[in-house]
Design a protein around this ligand. Structure first.
Ligand code: JFZ
Length: 592
C-alpha cells in the first residue's frame, strides 16, 4: 500500500478515539461550566478533636491533625467511637448550599486520614460500621441533592492514606518505607472504594482526587478510566495526577491573576482551615467572597467554597451567615455568573471584573468600585444596543454614548449611571451587544489614566530558553538571571507625568518576599532606575494569603498619545532566598 495512504489511515485511526474522548469530555463538563459555583465539604473524624489534641492546639489545617500531631492509628481510630453527629440533616446542608446559589456539593468521602464517610464493604473503617451514628452520610446527601436538583460530587484521597501501612503519608506508625506496597493499597482499597462511590450513590458529578504525590501515570490513567467507564458523565479533577483530569485544579486558595485557557476550579476556605477547628475565627468577609466568585468567573473558572461541619453535624453559624450573604447577592445577580465565560479582555480592569454570555450576547460589568454618575469603558468594539443594571427588575435603559476617536484610535463607551451603587459589594451593569462581543485586546491606559502591564502579558527576552516562568497564578517566579528581561507594548490616550511602580508578590502567607533587586524601566526614551523595596502593600482580596508589595521606581513623562513600549531590565537580582524577582505587574500611575 502507498505509504501516504497508510499514514493517513493510521492518523485517522489514532485520532478517532481522541476525538471521541474530547467529545465526551465536552458533554460531561457542560453542567460544570454552567454551574460556576459549588460547595466543598471537609468532614470526617478530625471534626472531633477540632484542632486540639490532648489539650494542645495543633497548628495547621484541621483535617491534617493526625499528621501534624503524629497521632498513632490505634489512637486516632478511637475517634470513630465519639463520632455521633446526631444534628446532621442532609436536607439542611443542601438547603444552605442552594440558598447560597451553589449548584454542586463536593464532600470528602475519604480524606488523608483514611476514614470513609460512607458504608463501605471494602474497609470497616467507615461511618456506618465504626461509629455509633451508623448512618450513611453520603447516601443521605445523595437523596437530598437529587430532591433539590444539586449535583453531588465526592472528594477521594487516592494516594495519601494515613490509616493504611501501604498508603502514603504515615511515617510515624510505618517508618520503614521499604515495606510499603502502594500497589496493594491502590488495588485493595482505592479502586474498590471508588467503584462503590460510583455504583451506590446515583449519578455523581465529579470525583475530586487530591495530592497525587508518587502515583504513577498508569495508576492515574486507570483511575480516570474507571470513573469514566462506570459513569461516562462523571468528571475527574485535575489532581488525579499526570494532567489526566477533565479540568485543572488551582492551588488551594489561589486565584489566577489572568485569564486561564483550560477549564479550572479553585478551592477556597471560608476561614483558614478545611476541616473544622474550633479556634479558627478568621472568616473572610462577604465582600471578599463575592469579589472572589466574580473574579474566578471572569477568568473562566469555578469557585468551590468550603465548609467544615462540626462533630455534632452542623455547619458553623459564621459560615451559614456568610453563605447567606453570597446567596442574597446571587439571587439578584446570578445571571452574571451562571453559564458565563471569562472577560473578553486579556488584562484586569481597575474597577472590577467582566463576565460574558455568548447566547444571547451579554457583557456583565461587575463594578466593585462605583464611580457614581458615569462609567467609562475603553476598547469596546461591538455596538452596545442596550445597557441596564442587573439589580433593576424594570431594566430601565441607561443612557449610552459610544465614540471612536480617530486621532488616538480609542474606542470609548460612556454609560450614565445613578450616583449611588445598587450594591455595596458588586453592582452589575449589563451590556447587550449587536452580535458577538468584540473588544480591542491590546494593553491600554484606562479611564483612571493608569496603565497596568501584567507580567503574564509581557514579551520575554532571553538569550536562550528563559528560566523565569509563571506560577499557577500568572506571577513571575524563578527570575534569578539578570540577563532576562520583559517588555510590553501599550496604548496611551491621555499623556502626562507618571510614577513607575512595580508590584511584586510574596510567597504564600506573606513571609517569603524577597527585595533589594535593582531594575531599570525604560519608556518613551527615558530610563528610570529603582530598587524593588517595600514602599507599601497593595490590597489583594483575590489572593489574601499572598501579600502584594509596591515599589516606586521613579517618574517618567509620556509626551503625547500613541503607542509605547516599556521594558524592565534587572541590573542586579538578590536571590539569597532563591525567590528572586516575583513580578505581578508594572504600573504607570498618574503623578499629580
Ligand atoms: C489538599 C489537602 O491536603 C487538604 O487537606 C485539603 O483537602 C485541600 C483542599 O487539598 O491540600 C493541598 C493540595 C494542593 C495544594 C495545596 C494544598 N496546591 O496545589 O497548592
Amino acid at each position: 500500500m502507498n505509504t501516504k495512504i497508510l499514514a493517513s489511515i493510521l492518523t485517522v485511526a489514532i485520532a478517532l478515539p481522541v476525538f471521541a474522548q474530547s467529545d465526551q469530555r465536552e458533554k460531561r463538563i457542560a453542567w460544570w461550566r454552567e454551574a460556576r459555583f459549588g460547595m466543598f465539604i471537609h468532614w470526617g473524624l478530625y471534626a472531633v478533636p477540632a484542632g486540639e489534641w490532648k489539650g494542645q492546639p495543633i497548628p495547621g489545617l484541621g483535617e491534617w491533625i493526625m499528621n501534624r500531631a503524629k497521632i498513632p492509628v490505634a489512637e486516632y481510630e478511637q475517634l470513630a467511637k465519639q463520632f455521633n453527629p446526631v444534628k446532621f440533616n442532609a436536607d439542611e446542608f443542601v438547603a444552605i448550599a442552594k440558598n447560597a446559589g451553589m449548584k454542586y456539593i463536593t464532600i470528602t468521602s475519604k480524606h488523608h486520614d483514611g476514614f470513609a464517610m460512607f458504608g463501605s464493604k471494602v474497609s470497616p473503617y467507615n461511618v456506618v460500621d465504626a461509629t455509633p451514628f451508623h448512618r450513611d452520610i453520603l447516601k443521605e446527601l445523595s437523596v437530598a441533592c437529587q430532591k433539590a436538583g444539586l449535583r453531588l460530587c465526592f472528594y477521594y484521597s487516592q494516594t495519601q492514606d494515613w490509616h493504611e501501612p501501604d498508603g502514603v503519608g504515615n511515617t510515624w506508625d510505618f517508618p520503614d518505607a521499604s515495606k510499603q506496597n502502594f500497589q496493594k493499597y491502590y488495588d485493595e482499597k482505592v479502586l474498590p472504594q471508588v467503584r462503590e462511590l460510583l455504583t451506590n450513590y446515583g449519578p455523581i458529578g465529579l470525583i475530586w482526587f487530591d495530592t497525587p504525590r508518587n502515583i504513577t501515570l498508569q495508576q492515574s490513567q486507570q483511575l480516570a478510566d474507571l470513573v469514566h467507564r462506570l459513569q461516562p458523565n462523571c468528571l475527574v479533577s485535575g489532581r488525579v495526577g499526570h494532567g489526566l483530569g477533565d479540568y485543572d485544579s488551582a492551588g488551594d486558595n489561589q486565584i489566577s491573576v489572568g485569564k486561564v485557557k483550560r477549564d479550572w476550579e479553585t478551592p477556597v476556605t471560608l476561614n483558614d482551615t478545611w476541616g473544622f477547628k474550633k479556634d479558627d475565627n478568621n472568616w473572610k468577609t462577604p465582600a471578599v467572597l463575592i469579589h472572589q466568585l466574580a473574579q474566578v468567573a471572569s477568568r473562566g473558572g469555578n469557585y468551590l467554597l468550603n465548609v467544615g461541619p462540626t462533630a455534632e453535624g452542623v455547619i458553623p453559624q459564621p459560615s451559614v451567615d456568610r453563605l447567606a450573604e453570597v446567596g442574597r447577592w446571587m439571587k439578584v445577580n446570578g445571571d452574571s455568573i451562571y453559564g458565563t465565560t471569562g472577560s473578553p479582555f486579556p488584562y484586569e480592569l481597575p474597577w472590577g471584573v467582566i463576565t460574558t454570555r455568548a447566547q444571547p450576547a451579554r457583557l456583565y460589568l461587575h463594578v466593585f468600585e462605583w464611580p457614581g454618575k458615569e462609567f467609562v469603558l475603553y476598547g469596546m468594539e461591538s455596538k452596545v444596543r442596550q445597557a441596564y443594571l442587573l439589580a433593576d427588575a424594570s431594566r430601565k435603559p441607561l443612557a449610552v454614548k459610544q465614540q471612536h476617536h480617530a486621532d488616538t484610535g480609542l474606542d470609548e463607551l460612556r454609560i450614565a449611571i445613578p450616583a449611588a451603587a445598587p450594591d455595596a459589594i458588586d453592582s452589575v451593569i449589563v451590556l447587550e451587544t449587536d452580535g458577538a462581543v468584540k473588544v480591542i485586546t491590546t494593553l491600554m491606559q484606562q479611564p483612571d489614566r493608569r496603565v497596568t502591564l501584567p507580567a503574564y502579558l509581557s514579551d520575554i527576552h532571553a538569550a536562550a530558553k528563559p528560566k523565569l516562568r509563571f506560577d499557577s497564578r500568572g506571577v513571575v517566579e524563578q527570575w534569578l538571571d539578570k540577563s532576562e528581561w520583559l517588555s510590553w507594548d501599550f496604548q496611551v490616550s491621555s499623556p502626562g507625568e507618571f510614577e513607575v511602580v512595580a508590584i511584586t508578590s510574596g510567597q504564600k502567607y506573606g513571609s517569603n518576599w524577597e527585595g533589594g533587586h535593582r531594575v531599570t524601566a525604560s519608556v518613551a526614551g527615558k530610563d528610570v532606575q529603582g530598587v524593588i523595596a517595600d514602599d507599601g502593600k497593595v490590597e489583594n482580596p483575590s489572593n489574601p494569603y499572598w501579600a502584594y508589595v509596591m515599589s516606586k521606581l521613579g517618574r517618567v513623562a509620556v509626551p503625547k498619545a500613541g503607542k509605547y513600549t516599556l521594558s524592565l531590565k534587572p541590573q542586579e537580582i538578590v536571590a539569597d532566598k532563591k525567590f528572586g524577582l516575583t513580578l505581578v505587574s508594572v504600573q504607570l500611575a498618574p503623578a499629580h
